[in-house]
Design a protein around this ligand. Sequence first.
Ligand SMILES: NC(=O)c1ccc[n+]([C@@H]2O[C@H](COP(=O)([O-])OP(=O)(O)OC[C@H]3O[C@@H](n4cnc5c(N)ncnc54)[C@H](OP(=O)(O)O)[C@@H]3O)[C@@H](O)[C@H]2O)c1
Length: 292
Amino acid sequence: MNILVTGANGQLGSSIRDIASQHHNFIFTDVDSLDITQYHDIVDVITRCNIDVIINCAAYTNVDRAEQEPEIAQLINATAVDNLARAAANNNATLIHISTDYVFGGNCNNIPCTEQQATAPLGVYGLTKLAGEQAVIDSGCRHIIIRTAWLYSPYGRNFLLTMLDLTARRQSLNVVFDQVGTPTYAAHLAQAIMHIIDTNQVHKQGIYHFSNQGVCSWYDFAHAIARLAGHDNCIISPCHSNEFPSPVKRPSFSVLDKTLFTTTFGFDIPHWHDALIQCFNSISDSKRITME
Ligand SMILES: NC(=O)c1ccc[n+]([C@@H]2O[C@H](COP(=O)([O-])OP(=O)(O)OC[C@H]3O[C@@H](n4cnc5c(N)ncnc54)[C@H](OP(=O)(O)O)[C@@H]3O)[C@@H](O)[C@H]2O)c1
């Protein structure tokens, strides 16, 4: 199968690159080699490389900055996704597109959100990602939309890497405990996507939810990171969200129900704490390899 990965230098794209098997022909691109705002460039790659599946990892992911740059967020998260979806539809390719729990606004009444739950984004990022989902559906292309949450990995900028840095340098830290969700190890999402492709299930069109299993607050997540890193000198204290003024309101309860994903695709999703340990192991393995 010929698989095009867009936004391949980001967290998820890099995690897919890590596990890309030799059974498929992967074309990894990012904005410098394929800017997805350019429809004709997308069509050119799809036709030249005879692409069967597109995995769209490209996105505008800065939730706070999106409030100041709504046009750019809309261009990358919605208009460019429309380009990809139309190009997929016109060239008989399947689009696997990644979306977010931020299409919900904490309107799940403290019950994990299913795919049927009404969307209600709280900010520009969520609104533009929701518009991207709609563009995929409206295009008529064969598609799988996967909403994920709290993505982290050894790559790029994310909560894990920020906490590793802060807890190493500081003696104390306040982290919010009134926002609850589930972290997602990008390697596990990458494995789940490859499982869908390797088991020939790309025709199972629809919207699906994917994060790791379990529930925690950002405080719990930070605490677990610091303990696993051995940064025991840093005291982490729980605090309220209003102590960290932000241009955008974030949902207080944002847990995704993964039942549809696990039953449809037959994929067991690890618990978030086990996932974090695996991520730590992979970071220390790669450090060992670099030192050798
Ligand atoms: N990160 C999270 O916590 C989170 C949570 C829920 C859902 N998601 C979703 O999960 C997916 C993957 O997220 P991620 O964290 O891996 O994202 P990421 O690390 O921010 O990577 C996104 C990549 O897309 C690239 N890109 C931006 N504009 C582009 C364009 N016009 N054409 C091609 N590539 C472009 C970015 O390049 P530059 O860096 O140069 O801009 C970056 O390499 C996204 O759809 C995101 O919305 C993420």
